[in-house]
Design a protein around this ligand. Structure first.
Ligand code: TYC
Length: 103
């Protein structure tokens, strides 16, 4: 019967649906040595922020210990973390950038 068919289709859909993949926050951590102006440039360059947004995030990290740079799929978040870390080390700054699952 058409109704049985519809009910069966709905059951199959329900049982095979998969949750969307988790997203990841990229987070900057505060330290006592990395210059503010350097952090602002990093946020503009790697996270496409304008100078004003980058300054707000930098001051948040400085005052609160950490701040979110953006939320991305896992591989993009991992690439951002690697790029920021590599850039900071190349410029002798101890800046720490991490990723964490967004729920
Ligand atoms: N606390 C640093 C200073 O006083 C500035 C800073 C901001 C460092 C953000 C890291 O992720 C950071 N120069």
């Amino acid at each position: 019967m058409a109704l049985d068919h519809q009910v069966e289709k709905e059951r199959v859909l329900r049982e095979t649906r998969t949750a969307p993949p988790p997203m990841y926050r990229v987070v900057l951590l505060n330290d006592d040595y990395t210059p503010m102006d350097y952090v602002i440039v990093v946020l503009q360059h790697f996270f496409a922020m304008d100078r004003e947004q980058a300054t707000v995030v930098t001051l948040k990290v400085h005052n609160e210990g950490r701040g979110i740079c953006g939320v991305y799929p896992k591989d993009i978040a991992a690439t951002k973390v690697a790029q920021v870390t590599e850039h900071a080390r190349a410029h002798q700054h101890p800046l720490q950038c991490i990723m964490e699952v967004n729920e």
